[in-house]
Design a protein around this ligand. Structure first.
Ligand code: NAP
Ligand code: GDD
Length: 322
């Protein structure tokens, strides 16, 4: 039985990936913060349906010793390093903790694997945020990076560390350059979930308005479940490599808002207010990915389109609140 270790298992992608790996017969292990083990009700809610099928280990991305111990104990065959401070907006508020957690956390994981499980295949959760001020549309593996946030900078460093461990030490390390992916398990601070949860509240008479920032930003939004399949496929190849994972379709935040309200039978212009406080000091205006390489080499295809994603999220939020 193959052993997989997931950092960030309590997050959106951790929840989908752990289900996928359990279904494939893996023994699944996850690193979680000690506070999560003490407060499972609030901090482990996404893992509730699989709690009896996974093994959780206390550890922090800030502590090399804790990550080293987990790698030493598990000796995983595959490691999916998803743990990170992942909210771009917050990275402007506390750039020091974002940069130190994200860069050091990745460095610690790579070093622990090199020292204690050098045959382990390693996946790094890179991001389209690394393209930032984009140099070409659509963006592919060869597009230069120009990050526009402390989060984006931390991901470029993680990407380079991951590539360097491959080139310098011969480790099987892959970078996924994933574009935005969403789901009913998305955190409430991200714009899609903020929108769909507000639509549900307005529909049910619990809220009256939704305050948002820049409605003109364009994102290439896919479904998290589809994107976790791509992560797994990367580690099943003969050679380690880096892949863009995206739908290739781009919509503005306003188009997401419009689709979500329309799906609930509402007109967004009656409820949405623009609030300057949700604007960022520097914005990534347009992301659109070219996933030709992932399609050709991994045989990967997204299954859920934009309309399907919006409906899935709105319906689930209405159901949950009802
Ligand atoms: P998420 O829901 O925010 O999950 C982040 C995970 O990291 C959580 O499990 C969190 O644990 C953990 N974490 C944060 N700081 C930690 C620390 N100091 N020690 C231990 N664990 C820590 O993110 P996601 O959407 O699943 O994304 C997964 C990864 O993919 C992230 O690295 C993200 O940057 C990257 N990514 C995401 C997208 C996307 O659109 N979703 C696109 C590209 C790349 P707690 O629950 O304890 O906070
Ligand atoms: N969060 C948020 N809240 N975003 C808003 C709001 C608001 O009220 N109003 C407008 N936006 C705009 C942001 O300015 C941004 O242009 C866009 O909506 C998407 O914001 P987020 O949903 O917070 O996602 P993100 O694109 O910044 O980052 C996500 O995707 C990255 C991949 O490109 C995160 O999941 C990152 O971890 C991931 O790497």
């Amino acid at each position: 039985m193959k052993k997989a270790l997931i950092t960030g298992i309590t997050g959106q992608d951790g929840a989908y990936l752990s289900r996928l790996l359990i279904d494939k017969g893996y023994e699944v292990h996850g690193v979680v913060r000690r506070v999560a083990l003490e407060d499972p009700e609030h901090r482990l809610w996404r893992l509730r349906p699989v709690m009896d099928k996974i093994n959780l280990h206390s550890g922090s991305l800030e502590s090399y010793a804790s990550l080293f111990d987990v790698v030493e104990k598990i000796k995983p065959d595959e490691c999916y390093h998803l743990g990170a401070q992942s909210f771009v907006s917050y990275s402007f508020e506390d750039e020091f903790s974002t940069i130190s957690t994200n860069i050091n956390g990745t460095h610690y994981m790579l070093s622990a694997i090199k020292n204690r499980a050098p045959k382990c295949k390693f996946y790094f959760a890179g991001s389209s945020e690394m393209f930032g001020q984009v140099r070409e549309i659509p963006q592919k593996e060869t597009t230069p990076f120009h990050p526009r946030s402390p989060y984006g900078i931390s991901k470029v460093a993680g990407f380079e560390l991951t590539r360097n461990y491959r080139e310098a030490y011969g480790l099987f390390t892959c970078n996924g350059i994933l574009f935005n992916h969403e789901s009913p398990m998305r955190g409430y601070e991200f714009v899609t979930r903020k929108i769909t949860s507000a639509v549900a509240k307005i529909k049910l008479g619990i809220a009256k308005e939704l305050r948002l920032g820049n409605l003109d930003a364009k994102r290439d939004w896919g479904f998290a479940g589809d994107y976790c399949e791509a992560m797994h496929l990367m580690l099943q190849q003969d050679k380690p490599d880096d892949y863009v994972v995206a739908t290739g379709e781009t919509y503005t935040v306003k188009e997401f808002v419009d689709a979500a309200f329309r799906h609930a039978g509402l007109n967004w212009e009656d409820y949405v207010k623009i609030d300057e406080k949700f604007y960022r000091p520097s914005e990534v205006h347009e992301l659109k990915g070219d996933a030709s390489k992932a399609k050709k080499i991994l045989g990967w295809q997204p299954k859920v389109n934009f309309e399907g994603l919006v409906k899935m999220m709105v319906d689930e939020d209405i159901k949950r609140l009802s």
